[in-house]
Design a protein around this ligand. Structure first.
Ligand SMILES: [Zn+2]
Length: 339
C-alpha cells in the first residue's frame, strides 16, 4: 500500500463560500485554539504534513507559520485572500501570489492549492502564473462535480495538466498536479477529507481510502475547523449549515482512524520521492516513511490540551528555486488513470 499525502489548508473559519453572505462584522478568529485538535493528532502519530497557508494567515500569525515549519512540516501556498480563482482576474491572482510569496519567503513554497479547489478549464491561466513564480506542484483539481468546484473529467491520479486542457495529461506540462482523492464507483466519490471526512461513515471512509491507497498515493486534506467545533454556529440556509457544520464533532475520531491505519507524509516530499520534482527544488525534509506502528484499530483520542508545537531545527533553502528540470510522470497504475 502506498504512503499517502496529508495536507492542511491553514485558513480562518470564515474562509467558506457557504458563509460569505452571513458573516457577522465582529468575529473572533479563534485561530490558535482551532489548531489544537489537528496538532494533537499530528503529534500523537508523529505525522508530518503539508500546510497550504493562506497569505492573510501568514500576515496575522507569522509566528504560527514559523512554528509549524520548525516542526518539520511543509509550508505551501493557498493564495492570499481566499477568493476563488474564478472571482479574480489573472493580474489580481498574480498580485495575491506575489504578496503570499513575500509573506512565505522564508519557506520557499513549491506547492499551491487554489481556494475552494477553483482550478478548472475556465481558470487554467492560473497554471501559467504558478509556473512563472516557480511553483512545482499544484493540488487544486478535484475530479468530481459539486455546486462550487470540480473537474469531473480530470485524471484521478498524479499527472501533468496540459496548458490547453487541464483534463489532459501532457508529459511536458510544467506543473505536477496531485488531485484530491476520489473513488471510481460508476461516479467519482470523494474520499479526500474535509467535508467528506465529516460526512462519510467511518467504515466507508476507511475502505475508500484503503482502496485508493492500494492503487496510488491518496491525497487527504483537512481544515482546522473540520475537526474543531469552536467557530460560532451562524444562522444560514440548510445547505450551508450541512456543508459547514455537519460531522464536526465526530470527525476527529475519523481522522485518528486514518492516521492509525494509513501512512502519511507531506505532499512535496512524497512527489520528490517519486522523482517528480527537480532534484534541487527546496523540498522540506521528511522521513521517507512514517516510523510508527500502523494498523492499530481506533486508538483513544489523544487527550487535550495539546502539547505546544515542537521545535526542531530544519535546514532551509536560502533562495527560491528558479530552474526547472522536467520529469516524466510514470504512466502506470489503473488503465484509466495516469498514475
Ligand atoms: Zn481554503
Amino acid at each position: 500500500m502506498n504512503v499517502n499525502a496529508l495536507s492542511i489548508d491553514l485558513e480562518f473559519w470564515w474562509c467558506n463560500e457557504f458563509l460569505t453572505d452571513y458573516l457577522p462584522r465582529d468575529r473572533e478568529d479563534g485561530f490558535r485554539d482551532s489548531l489544537r485538535p489537528i496538532f494533537a493528532v499530528l503529534d500523537a502519530f508523529d505525522v508530518k504534513a503539508t500546510f497550504f497557508v493562506l497569505g492573510s494567515v501568514a500576515e496575522t500569525y507569522p509566528e504560527v507559520v514559523s512554528e509549524i515549519h520548525r516542526g518539520g512540516h511543509e509550508i505551501a501556498c493557498h493564495a492570499y485572500s481566499h477568493k476563488p480563482l474564478y472571482a479574480m482576474s489573472r493580474s489580481e491572482f498574480e498580485g495575491e501570489l506575489k504578496k503570499s510569496l513575500e509573506l512565505l519567503a522564508d519557506y520557499n513554497p513549491v506547492g499551491f492549492r487554489a481556494p475552494s479547489f477553483s482550478l478548472n478549464n475556465e481558470t487554467k491561466w492560473a497554471l501559467e502564473v504558478l509556473e512563472k513564480y516557480g511553483f512545482q506542484y499544484d493540488s487544486s483539481i478535484f475530479p468530481v462535480r459539486t455546486q462550487i468546484y470540480g473537474v469531473p473529467d480530470a485524471p484521478v491520479g498524479i499527472y501533468r495538466p496540459s496548458r490547453d486542457d487541464i483534463t489532459v495529461h501532457d508529459p511536458d506540462g510544467p506543473i505536477v498536479e496531485f488531485p484530491l482523492s476520489v473513488l471510481r464507483l460508476g461516479t467519482n466519490i470523494p474520499v479526500s477529507g474535509g467535508f467528506y471526512l465529516r460526512v462519510l461513515p467511518k467504515r466507508f471512509l476507511s475502505w475508500g481510502v484503503g482502496r485508493v491507497a492500494t492503487r496510488r498515493p491518496a491525497n487527504i486534506y483537512v481544515h482546522p475547523h473540520d475537526i474543531y467545533p469552536g467557530p460560532p454556529l451562524l444562522k444560514v440556509p440548510f445547505i450551508s449549515r450541512l456543508v459547514t457544520y455537519h460531522g464536526v464533532r465526530t470527525s476527529l475520531e475519523k481522522l485518528i482512524m486514518l492516521m492509525a491505519r494509513f501512512s502519511f507524509m507531506p505532499m512535496g516530499a512524497l512527489l520528490d520521492g517519486m522523482a517528480l520534482l527537480p532534484p534541487d527544488a527546496p523540498v522540506p525534509i521528511a522521513p521517507a516513511a512514517p516510523l510508527r506502528p500502523v494498523g492499530r484499530d481506533d486508538p483513544a483520542i489523544p487527550s487535550l490540551p495539546v502539547p505546544g508545537l515542537r521545535r526542531h531545527p530544519l535546514d532551509t533553502v536560502a533562495h527560491r528555486y528558479t530552474g526547472r528540470t522536467r520529469k516524466q510522470v510514470c504512466e502506470t497504475g489503473d488503465s484509466d488513470e495516469v498514475w
